[in-house]
Design a protein around this ligand. Structure first.
Ligand SMILES: [Zn+2]
Length: 410
């Protein structure tokens, strides 16, 4: 019986001497087996990436087994001698299976057990849990399904029309590359991928239908982890306003779509550093973008020089800025102080109202969408590297909202 897992070995002797463990879980294999010439002696062998020959622990020396967190895929085996604690993290079902057999061994209920003698146990290359898989042909899909241990998965250029739902089971997945397929939608549950950091979806069909299902994007799990999103070449006509919820996003690639406008909420993405949106139909940019600390922005091949009909100059009086409704005033306070809000605390209509708030040129929240003006800004004053067609003027038109009369007249 072998278990693919991650193990941290804690030497209790060290802990009692106040020597800290390095706190590192190593990719490991635990093997439970029988001593060749004995019927009652069982052993656990622990192989890891740094310990290829393995450490042998006698099952007799197990002092205690901690399984309180087994449903989270965690367990600890404590040995009397050597004074080691093996802290194990593994896939829940496999771990439970391993622990069940270990219990049989410990209770002596070994009638139905058929464990291999330890001498025949060794870690082969095949045993090492695969963490990366590249599929370039349909025949390369593993017969047994995708290994749950995958951390990066590349399925490119297969013309897949449907998202493969078995991907949802890969809880360790960090990098997913599905570019060059024909995927039209991701399921909402995809937003629950707990560790996904890089998502490549370029050259798919996400935007072919008029209404794109973006629900996966709103899930807190994905929005707290995702650092790179590539949705180039998807015929997208719009981006959802809540895209700003991807609070860890550093790189956003939007090239080669049909975008005419970017969401005005984009300025709320505080981590965004690289933004590319070449080959779209953009005529203006939202002024909130000036609040992003972008290091790289590529705007080439858009329609930024197209003469857009300027909106009516706003004929607002200062009073209209100062006397907002109670909802407006409180919303501004909530947004300015970045208070946490969610549909379980306040009505979802208010959540939507707060989510859709715009941003003034000064960065303050603007909940009133009525007044906006087009203004030219020199992008190089704001961002580190700016790329656009070299033959055009160097300013870009921004669609600006204003929080106060002072900002309006600036
Ligand atoms: Zn302002």
């Amino acid at each position: 019986m072998k278990l693919q897992c991650q193990v941290e070995v804690i030497n209790r002797l060290h802990s009692s001497l106040n020597i800290r463990s390095n706190g590192k879980y190593l990719k490991s294999t635990l093997a439970l087996g029988k001593e060749p010439k004995s019927d009652v002696e069982y052993f656990i062998l622990h192989f890891s990436s740094t310990n290829k020959s393995g450490t042998k622990y006698r099952a007799k020396c197990i002092k205690q087994v901690f399984v309180k967190c087994i449903n989270e895929g965690k367990a600890t085996i404590r040995f009397e001698e050597p004074p080691h604690d093996l802290c194990i993290k593994s896939e829940v079902i496999q771990l439970k299976c391993f622990m069940r057999i270990l219990r049989s061994v410990l209770t002596g209920d070994t009638k139905n057990l058929n464990l291999a003698p330890l001498s025949s146990l060794s870690v082969t290359h095949k045993d090492a849990a695969p963490t990366k898989l590249v599929i370039r042909d349909r025949s390369e899909f593993p017969v047994k399904g995708l290994p749950r241990t995958l951390e990066s998965l590349y399925i490119n250029g297969l013309n897949l029309c449907n998202f493969r739902r078995e991907i949802l089971l890969l809880k360790n997945l960090v990098i997913l590359d599905l570019s060059n397929n024909a995927i039209e939608k991701l399921p909402p549950e995809f937003g629950r991928m707990p560790n996904l950091c890089e998502l490549y979806l370029s050259n798919n069909q996400l935007g072919v239908k008029d209404v794109v299902d973006w629900r996966w994007l709103l899930n807190t799990q994905i929005s707290q982890k995702l650092k790179l999103l590539d949705i180039s070449g998807n015929q997208l006509k719009y981006l959802p306003k809540p895209i700003w919820k991807l609070q860890k996003l550093v790189t956003l690639k939007l090239d080669n779509n049909l975008l005419e406008k970017l969401p005005t909420t984009l300025g709320r993405m505080s981590s965004l550093r690289h933004l590319t949106m070449t080959q779209n139909r953009l005529t203006t940019l939202p002024c909130g973008l000036l609040q992003c600390r972008l290091e790289y922005i590529d705007l080439s091949e858009n329609q930024l020089d197209a003469q857009e009909t300027t909106p009516e100059p706003c004929k607002s009086t200062p009073w209209e800025f100062y006397i907002g409704s109670l909802v407006d005033i409180t919303s501004k306070v909530v947004l300015k102080n970045k208070f946490y809000y969610a549909p379980n605390i306040i009505p979802w209509t208010l959540v939507e109202f707060l989510d859709n708030a715009n941003m003034c040129v000064c960065g303050a929240p603007v909940v009133n969408n009525r007044f906006y003006m087009n203004k030219e800004f020199q992008l190089r004053d704001y961002f580190h590297v700016v790329v656009f067609n070299s033959n055009r003027k160097s300013t870009v038109t921004f669609q600006c909202y204003f929080c106060s009369h002072k900002c309006l007249n600036r």
